[in-house]
Design a protein around this ligand. Structure first.
Ligand code: DUC
Ligand code: ZN
Ligand code: ZN
Length: 470
């Protein structure tokens, strides 16, 4: 099947141009000037023509931080691979990189194989995995090398969640040395979990049990201290480092200092950290703030976190926007912590809203159009070894393409989202643009408000090494 997309403005990380796109099967084969002889004959010969007049034609979104069906805090994230990737497609994301998890005492290979089996045949869009190493030891270090050869080229460690995922500094250094030798990328959840737990226990004993306390005890200093420590360890271990879900200005400062010295240090942030704050969201009346409990936490509005993060996105001290999609329903999930904020499962559902929320940054003058695409598609693809298969509209790349209407205002609600969650953290937010048509490897999976995809269409992507490192 050949498809010709005409009349749109093609946006890539290098700019915007009126251009036409020719697809053969699953692959982009040409990007053509409108009206040129080749374009005219390509249109005449195409089996399907999609009119993109007035639309942005962008590479499908690449969300490199999702947690479908993650077991956490005695429950399981409410989107599985089927519902979560369908919701991602609705929101213009055509590739996710999720996580397989090795917990303490478990075998890396068994955990990875089990996660592969969970996703196989379920996904609406293409997917890959990072590996969470929750138990750094001789065996897991060896397994990391084998996984790199199989397309799992990034490894996440935690400086938080003692007794569950936390690695100590010695383990972190060993994992970094391993990554330095196998070419992988070390991803870090950078928060000082031991210190957080002291404040959390003290708050609980004072009777401060509501959701907002989650934000108070997870101090910005704990994020910046851990970020600094991770950067120093990565320097000694000679490993490239990618800080996940960065939310505090102080942590961003640490990343900027390292980057200014030329270090292979990178960071991502997520839409929730750009739009929500501790007082108005995490601090909502009653138990409502539980919807905003995630880690790292939503920060106070009395400092400049939002603007600093937007500035970081402009200067590339923040190179990627992902979602950390990890939804939990209020009923029976977030409610687990109704009397104790420490028991609220951490996570926000947002895989469907990333492209819209960051496009809003374009209309608000925070970033340009090309940067929107770069942050949400091109750089995540490069960072995680998916480029140029993903993240760009050019001959040879997968035909993962989104037609985006930049002039279609609409309001996000639990009534119109597609994630499997009983509320929306984004409820009532009016966004300026809308995903209209989504192609995944040449197949139209969303069109005219209809979902045309199917579970099992999405394929596992074996990732290469990052092409973003200095
Ligand atoms: N943070 C979250 O908010 N949820 C899942 C795990 C994490 O680190
Ligand atoms: Zn994390
Ligand atoms: Zn996460």
């Amino acid at each position: 099947m050949t498809t010709f997309i005409k009349g749109g403005t093609v946006i890539t990380s290098t700019g915007a141009d009126l251009n036409e796109v020719l697809i053969d099967g699953e692959t982009i084969i040409a990007v053509l000037s409108p009206g040129c002889d080749v374009a005219q004959s390509a249109e005449a010969g195409a089996e399907r023509v999609i009119d993109a007049t007035g639309r942005y034609v962008i590479p499908g979104g690449v969300d490199v931080h999702t947690h479908m069906a993650l077991p956490f805090g005695g429950t399981v994230a409410s989107d599985d691979f089927e519902s979560g990737t369908r919701a991602a497609a609705w929101g213009g994301t055509t590739t996710i990189v999720d996580f397989a998890t090795q917990a303490f005492g478990q075998d890396v290979r068994e955990c990875y194989d089990a996660r592969l089996a969970e996703a196989q045949g379920q996904c609406a869009i293409d997917y890959g995995f990072h590996m969470i190493i929750g138990d750094v030891n001789d065996a897991s270090l060896k397994e990391m090398d084998l996984l790199v050869n199989e397309g799992v080229t990034s490894f996440k460690l935690f400086m938080a969640y003692p007794g569950v995922f936390l690695s100590d500094d010695g383990q972190i250094l060993r994992a970094m040395q391993q990554v330095a030798s196998n070419g992988g990328l070390l991803m870090m959840h950078a928060e000082n979990g031991l210190a957080i737990d002291v404040l959390a226990q003290q708050a609980y004993e004072r009777g401060e049990t509501s959701p907002v306390n989650h934000g108070y005890v997870r101090r910005a200093e704990f994020e910046s201290e851990a970020t600094h420590r991770a950067i120093q360890l990565a320097k000694v271990g000679a490993a490239p480092l990618y800080i996940v879900h960065l939310s505090a200005s102080e942590a961003l400062e640490q990343v900027a200092i390292a980057r200014n010295k030329g270090a292979n240090v990178f960071a991502e942030t997520c839409p929730q950290y750009l739009y929500f704050n501790l007082e108005d969201h995490l601090g909502k009346e009653g138990f409502e703030g539980a919807k905003y409990v995630c880690s790292t936490p939503i920060r106070t509005k009395h400092e400049h976190h939002h603007q600093d993060l937007w500035t970081g996105l402009r200067t590339n001290d923040l190179s990627v926007v992902s979602t950390d999609h990890c939804p939990f329903c209020m009923k029976e999930q977030k409610e687990l912590g109704i009397d104790d904020f420490r028991a609220i499962p951490n996570g926000i559902g947002g895989v469907e809203h990333r492209m819209d929320m960051i496009y809003q940054g374009v209309t608000q003058g925070q970033i340009g159009l090309a940067r929107w695409v770069e942050l949400c598609s091109t750089t995540p693809a490069r960072m995680m070894g998916l480029y140029p298969k993903k993240g760009v509209i050019q001959p040879g790349s997968d035909a993962d393409i989104v037609l985006y209407n930049p002039n279609h205002e609409w309001t996000i609600s639990v009534e119109n989202h597609h994630m499997n969650i009983d509320h929306s953290a984004y409820e009532g937010i009016t966004v300026p643009g809308k995903v209209e048509t989504v192609l995944s490897r040449g197949r139209v999976i969303v069109e005219d408000g209809e979902y045309l995809g199917s579970k099992g269409h999405g394929q596992l992507v074996r990732r290469g090494l990052s092409s973003y490192l200095i």
